[in-house]
Write a protein that binds this ligand. Sequence first.
Ligand SMILES: CC(C)(COP(=O)(O)OP(=O)(O)OC[C@H]1O[C@@H](n2cnc3c(N)ncnc32)[C@H](O)[C@@H]1OP(=O)(O)O)[C@@H](O)C(=O)NCCC(=O)NCCS
Length: 158
Amino acid sequence: MSTRFTIRRMRPADLERILAIENASFGSEAWDRNLFAGYSRTCGELFLVVAEGTRNICGYMITCTRGGRAELVSVAVDPRARGRGAASALLESTLRRLRRRAIARLSLMVKTSNDPARAFYEKYGFRKVRRVPRYYEDGADGWLMALPLAIAVPFERE
Ligand SMILES: CC(C)(COP(=O)(O)OP(=O)(O)OC[C@H]1O[C@@H](n2cnc3c(N)ncnc32)[C@H](O)[C@@H]1OP(=O)(O)O)[C@@H](O)C(=O)NCCC(=O)NCCS
């Protein structure tokens, strides 16, 4: 049977679990508690968590919006829960929320070496815009990727 995911906004009580997923996913490059607390204040509307069933949080996705555009700033899924559609459920929910806000474009940065993440974004239609040399702290290059979002235009009678 396929896994059923629940998506909801992040709550302060989720922070410990998010930090555990972050550390398991990014190791020495993991973001710290203060950074996540900052994003929950500034981008809280689109700081989403995914749970298998209703209780066990297995991933998060943070998106920030500004002036009609949006940036997907981070996503991670617990290594034990990968490959079952958790990141897809997060992205599909984020895209629905962005379309409701009439956001025209979603962009992101991904390490050029991160093949799983790039494959994930490409599956959803993101395309490479340009390579950004030494974007990351460790000196690695990044791909700037973007996805135009179709905005539903209300039907007008003649
Ligand atoms: C990238 C990541 C978020 C994907 O999470 P996930 O829940 O395993 O992804 P899903 O199961 O929803 O996969 C959706 C699609 O992504 C692609 N994908 C995911 N993992 C992949 C892998 N290891 N190799 C190739 N493609 C992969 C596939 O196209 C997949 O579709 P399919 O199942 O029909 O083949 C997860 O691997 C992760 O947390 N990585 C570490 C953190 C990270 O790199 N974040 C991105 C920073 S920019």
